[in-house]
Design a protein around this ligand. Structure first.
Ligand SMILES: Cc1cc2nc3c(=O)[nH]c(=O)nc-3n(C[C@H](O)[C@H](O)[C@H](O)COP(=O)(O)OP(=O)(O)OC[C@H]3O[C@@H](n4cnc5c(N)ncnc54)[C@H](O)[C@@H]3O)c2cc1C
Length: 290
């Protein structure tokens, strides 16, 4: 392991791997990622990993369409192709005129950025997704680029590209402390030695407060429990001639996508529970909440 780098990124989930890759893409090759376990040992590996262009403002739409273009490039890389179900399509449902107006407004904002969406009626929603009932439905917002990606492969692919551009990736190397020097540079203490860095990126996921504490910073961040469940095979899906579009329902607050011959369904919990506020077991890694 090098003993100095211009930037040290702590954490090898999607945030850390993406930060490392994008630094190298901007020409910063003297960069290092430090991960306490294997890459993507925190949340990323078990994400539903849905990738949409939808965002509430132009910044988010721009970020998301950048991601989709990058993921397509990674999917098509013959040296390390990432599993990416691009363009299954997705429908955001609506049952009030106000929601439909909101979708029309959003469609014109996105069109101004060159990103295509379509507002469709209830019958068209049901035609595009065989499991939708049009009862009590006014219509929806169609995202033709919606899909989902293999999140673990994505992290590996970004780290691989960063390595090829000169970055160093150190796995099984927990960061144990951070000391800021008088010249504002940092000494990153790890179980395998110290690294001097101009800039430190905290990409520790649900452990970001542990890393913040090493810097003497209290981040206003709390992790929330979130769950999805998987169904068994559903004949209407296995017998369909196309993959199911993704569904997001702001009415009942759930999302849903195809997983093998069944569905993956997640709810945006109304009565959410925080997780790990009183500390996280140091052995909790590559694990799910009980
Ligand atoms: C059930 C579920 C479904 C989701 N579905 C979606 C979805 O469909 N679409 C979407 O965009 N998002 C989704 N998300 C959210 C998304 O998964 C997370 O926002 C994202 O994975 C967080 O990535 P991260 O890199 O910040 O953290 P993590 O993936 O947790 O990575 C942090 C890394 O830092 C490492 N680390 C921590 N402390 C240290 C240390 N001291 N030293 C070295 N390394 C350290 C950890 O080992 C870990 O590998 C979902 C989340 C959940 C829980």
């Amino acid at each position: 392991m090098k003993d100095q780098a211009r930037v040290v990124v702590i954490g090898g989930g999607i945030a850390g791997c993406s930060a490392l890759y994008h630094l190298t893409r901007e020409g910063w090759s003297d960069v290092m990622l430090i991960e306490r376990d294997e890459l993507t040992s925190g949340t990323t590996w078990h994400s539903a990993a849905q990738v949409t262009n939808f965002g509430m403002n132009q910044t988010m739409i721009g970020l998301k369409s950048h991601s989709i273009a990058l993921y397509k490039e990674l999917r098509d890389d013959p040296d390390y192709p990432v599993g990416y179900n691009y363009a299954d399509g997705g429908i955001r449902l609506a049952n009030t005129p106000e929601q439909m107006d909101g979708y029309r407004h959003f469609t014109s904002v996105a069109a101004g950025m060159g990103v295509g969406f379509e507002v469709i009626d209830a019958a068209e929603c049901a035609r595009r997704h065989p499991l939708i009932s049009a009862d009590n439905l006014l219509g929806g917002l169609w995202d033709p680029h919606d899909g989902h990606i293999d999140p673990a492969q994505l992290c590996q692919a970004l780290a691989r590209r960063a390595r090829l551009a000169g970055a160093e990736v150190n796995r099984h190397t927990p960061v144990t402390g951070l000391t800021q020097q008088a010249d504002h540079t940092w000494t990153v203490h790890t179980e395998k030695g110290d690294v001097r860095a101009e800039i430190v990126v905290n990409a520790g996921g649900y452990r970001c407060n542990e890393i913040g504490a090493m810097m003497g910073i209290s981040h206003p961040v709390a992790s929330m429990e979130h769950q999805y469940f998987l169904t068994e095979d559903i004949p209407a899906i296995t017998e369909a001639s196309h993959r199911m579009p993704l569904l997001r329902c702001p009415i009942s607050d759930y999302y849903c996508r195809q997983e093998k011959g069944g569905l993956l369904l997640g709810f945006y919990e109304q009565d959410c529970r925080t997780w790990g506020l009183d500390g996280i077991d140091p052995h909790f890694s590559n694990a799910l909440c009980p």
